[in-house]
Design a protein around this ligand. Structure first.
Ligand code: ATP
Ligand code: MG
Length: 417
């Protein structure tokens, strides 16, 4: 019969890779908790309007990349392409702002974008997403970036480049946009068709264009930081000062605008040489008007999203899989029955124990114990059952000892220590 394969750009994550995923998740829970974050779980499906309004009509994500469909002819729905809009939707819907002045949330899960699949770029990918709602103090921005780099270091990631920028606010950004438009006047033809359109709809997006000729045109364009108002300048300076306190190296990248329209002031990215063209591992920034734009109160926020797949690809190889403690090799009917009972009882005590029910030869059972890299093997036959004993073999040293069956649990628990 013909086989059915997964959908293009959607992939299975198999063991042992899943061991790495678990290690990342565990580290995230631990690190984020000490910085005061709580987990939120949100649906993968939202009303399309949420992303249109949240991310912005003229962004690549909304224009080209969303999985949008009409649900039974009733309502336009979209598989979430990112998490921030959904988290803010939930924050407003459940009035989380009413019960606390600072809300720190994180969520881990799949996102969906219809892009051209390639290494490090999938149509279903995963993000680790954090958001701080409430404060607009630049130390909050520094705290978030600090937590991020601490998290990445804990996972063994070095040689990461942190780039920061400030996108200003509604007071100072229009002047910059005007400067960009006048800088590009007369050079429209050198821009790609998308950017020619962006010039009228969303000039900032040109900085984010991946077409090389557009990058050449924009290379000498005015720089955003030169246009920051006093407040934004002060905010940006305090952020840099605060990062400096922790000797956190960063570079200023005045051309980094990020691909989503909701950003204001601080934006940042972490990139690595390691991933080639798909080099961005983390993107984040401040969004002081998103809550209001989504119908909530006027509350500022900041967050980041880590690309889970790209993070995993960069992580050093480590043996995460803890091999089973014990393999029980049983020979004979009575031994099999007894071993089945012991094996599953030990498992319920939290010990990793394996056995084989097929009644294969001792040799082939020991081969499987080896293959599973079990630390010990317990060998029992029908006669041993009668005599209340079994052989316990240390699989590394080959040493063998007698063990009493009625004392087995205690003996095995001792081994684990
Ligand atoms: P890129 O410039 O690579 O398209 P982006 O700016 O669109 O990235 P963001 O929206 O900032 O990405 O998402 C944050 C992170 O999510 C990225 O830095 C990246 O690690 C990851 N990411 C984004 N799109 C994909 C994808 N299609 N497949 C895998 N990871 C992705
Ligand atoms: Mg993208």
């Amino acid at each position: 019969m013909e086989t059915i394969n997964s959908v293009r750009g959607f992939r299975d994550i198999l063991p042992p890779e899943t061991d790495k995923w678990q290690r990342v998740e565990k580290t995230a829970h631990e690190v984020f908790r000490s910085f005061g974050f709580r987990e939120i779980r949100i649906p993968v499906l939202e009303k399309t309007e949420l992303f249109r309004r949240g991310i912005g009509e003229s962004t690549d994500i909304v224009e080209k990349e969303m999985y949008t469909f009409t649900d039974r002819g009733e309502e336009s729905l979209t598989l979430r392409p990112e998490a921030t809009a959904s988290v803010i939707r939930a924050y407003i819907e459940h009035s989380l702002h009413a019960s606390e002045t600072v809300t720190k949330l994180y969520t881990i899960g799949p996102m969906f974008r219809r892009e051209r699949p390639q290494k490090g770029r999938y149509r279903q990918f995963h993000q680790i997403d954090t958001e701080i709602l409430g404060p607009d103090d630049p130390r909050t921005d520094a705290e978030l970036i600090l937590m991020l780099t601490h998290f990445l270091r804990k996972l063994g990631l070095e040689n990461l480049a942190l780039e920061i920028n400030s996108l200003g606010c509604p007071n100072c950004r229009p002047a910059f946009q005007k400067a960009i438009v006048s800088f590009l006047r007369g050079r429209e033809k050198e821009l790609c068709p998308d950017c020619q359109r962006r010039l009228n709809t969303n000039p900032l997006r040109i900085f984010d264009c991946k077409v090389e000729s557009c990058q050449t045109v924009i290379a000498d364009a005015p720089r955003l930081p030169e246009y920051l108002c006093g407040d934004c300048r002060k905010h940006f300076e305090t952020l840099q000062e605060s990062l400096g306190l922790f000797s956190l190296p960063f570079t200023l990248n005045p051309k980094m605008v990020r691909g989503l329209d909701y950003y204001t002031r601080t934006t940042f990215e972490i990139t690595t040489e390691f991933l080639g063209a798909q080099n961005a591992v983390v993107g984040g920034g401040r969004y002081d008007h998103l809550v209001r734009d989504l119908g909530g109160p006027d509350i500022p926020g900041i967050g980041f999203a880590i690309g889970f797949e790209r993070l995993i690809a960069m992580m050093p190889e480590a043996d995460d899989a803890l091999p089973p403690l014990l393999f029980i090799a049983a020979m004979g009917e009575a031994a099999l029955k007894k071993a089945f009972h012991i094996c599953n009882s030990l498992r319920m005590k939290g010990l990793a124990v394996e056995m084989d029910y097929a009644g294969r030869s001792l040799k082939s059972q020991m081969k499987r114990a080896d293959k599973l890299r079990c630390r010990y093997a317990l060998i029992v036959g029908d006669r041993e059952i009668e005599e209340n004993r079994a052989s316990l073999r240390n699989m590394r040293t080959g040493e063998q000892q007698e063990a009493r069956l009625d004392m087995l649990e205690e003996t095995i628990i001792q081994l684990e220590r």
